[in-house]
Design a protein around this ligand. Structure first.
Ligand code: ATR
Length: 274
């Protein structure tokens, strides 16, 4: 029986064990996935223990996505570019870090958009770890124009500088709101609107154009107030469940070489949330 898991703090609410354990069962694999509650001061010894126990692979979540990197033997280029690891694979005792958040998000977004990304102008709200994953995936895929708005300008500028490409621009929330008509896709990567602060919205969608895609990485609640307001204005809305499922499926694929049934995974997650 191979052991897998997730480390984070607090980890009690994680839906990953249910999702992965069901996938092991479905595919007839001898795997078991456990949620480990690991405080920041316990991270180093936890990774040492995982090596001793020969844990086959694990996910990493808040607050360890950045600090985990120094305990790994190798970090892949995309994870380095993002600056965060959410998936670790044990390859003959070597721990290798990846980031499947960005690609997982992209896979889920591609299911709802109508206009090709290459022709789309995209606004990313936020400039934290989640935003870095989203920007990385969008830039690697190719978008016409990407703009970033963040409460702290410097963090958005840092992302722009990391890519050094002409089609990334940093704008203020005021600029974003007054030019809202230029965007084809608006993505909220911040925690604004997450339970329990469900009344908050990251940006006004009063003047969005019809058929804009409004995408929120949040999945609790499933439909944030922001998505609700957007939907009332005729937007196509997209929540964070797809990203959660796809990042998990990509991690599972890296560990086992097999593709889990993402429809089934999504059902399990929705049942938990519903
Ligand atoms: P994550 O890994 O989820 O992205 P993070 O790296 O802590 O978490 O980033 C949080 C993001 O949400 C940041 O862009 C943050 O803005 P700042 O860079 O200005 O801190 C944004 N954020 C969090 N709370 C916010 C709030 N109340 N209003 C606006 N932005 C907020």
């Amino acid at each position: 029986n191979k052991l897998y898991g997730i480390i984070g703090y607090p980890i009690g609410h994680s839906m990953s064990p249910l999702m992965h354990n069901d996938a092991f069962l479905q595919l007839g694999l001898n795997g078991y996935y456990h949620a480990f509650n690991v405080r920041e001061d316990q991270l180093k010894e936890t990774i040492a223990a995982f090596r001793v126990l020969n844990v086959s692979g694990f996910n990493v979540t808040i607050p360890h996505k950045v600090s985990i990197m120094k305990y790994l033997d190798e970090v892949d280029v995309e994870a380095k570019q993002i600056g965060a690891v959410n998936t670790v694979v044990n390859v003959d005792g070597r721990l290798i870090g990846y980031n499947t958040d960005g690609k997982g998000y992209l896979k889920s977004l591609l299911e709802v958009i109508v206009k090709p990304l290459e022709e789309s102008t995209v606004l990313v709200i936020g400039a934290g770890g989640a935003a870095r994953g989203v920007v990385s995936a969008l830039m690697n895929y190719g978008v016409a124009q990407l703009m970033i708005a963040n409460r702290t300008d410097e963090k958005a500028t840092q992302i722009k500088n990391d890519y050094g490409q002409k089609n990334i621009e940093v704008i203020s929330f005021e600029e974003a709101e007054s030019n809202i008509g230029v965007f084809d896709i608006l993505i909220n990567t911040t925690s604004v609107g997450m339970s329990p602060n469900i009344e908050n919205i990251p940006l006004s969608v009063e003047k969005i154009k019809q058929n804009v895609v409004l995408s929120d990485l949040i999945y609790n609640p499933l439909k944030t107030r922001w998505l609700q307001l957007g939907e009332e204005k005729g937007a196509i809305i997209h929540n964070g469940v797809g990203m959660f499922v796809e990042q998990g499926a990509l991690a599972f694929q890296k560990w086992t070489g097999l593709n889990p049934d993402t429809k089934k995974m999504k059902e399990i997650v929705l049942k938990q949330l519903g």
